[in-house]
Design a protein. Structure first.
Length: 123
């Protein structure tokens, strides 16, 4: 008997070195590739993807990289993070809403300097 998939949210973040379109697209691609691989996610399982960026990243939308990866059939949204003093800079965050079997563990992905955001998670 197959257990029906349940709606889950997978989180992740990555930092980039500069506010350039290339850095934002490259960082987003690295983040999404790791998130999809570690969670064995397929496009058909994804409901929506929300990206946020810190206020110092304005050169490109992370959704551009996601579309270039083949995620154009998934609804994508980009937004800005709150400008909190002392917060991590040049950071792209993501939350993927997806259907997964309940027995499949959710593996959140934090790369580069963004690992500092979730030191409680294994690498």
């Amino acid at each position: 008997m197959n257990t029906p998939a349940v709606l889950r949210a997978v989180r992740g973040a990555i930092t980039v070195d500069a506010d350039t379109a290339e850095e934002i697209r490259g960082g987003t691609t690295d983040l999404m590739a790791a998130l999809l691989e570690r969670n064995a996610l397929e496009v058909g399982e994804m409901v929506s993807i929300l990206f946020t960026v810190t206020p110092d990243l304005r050169a490109e939308f992370p959704a551009v990289a996601a579309r270039q990866m083949g995620l154009s059939s998934v609804p994508l949204l980009c937004a800005g993070e709150i400008d909190v003093p002392g917060a991590m800079r040049r950071c792209i965050r993501v939350m993927v809403h997806c259907y997964m079997p309940p027995q499949r563990p959710v593996r959140h992905v934090y790369l580069r300097e963004a690992r500092q955001l979730r030191t409680d998670l294994p690498e």
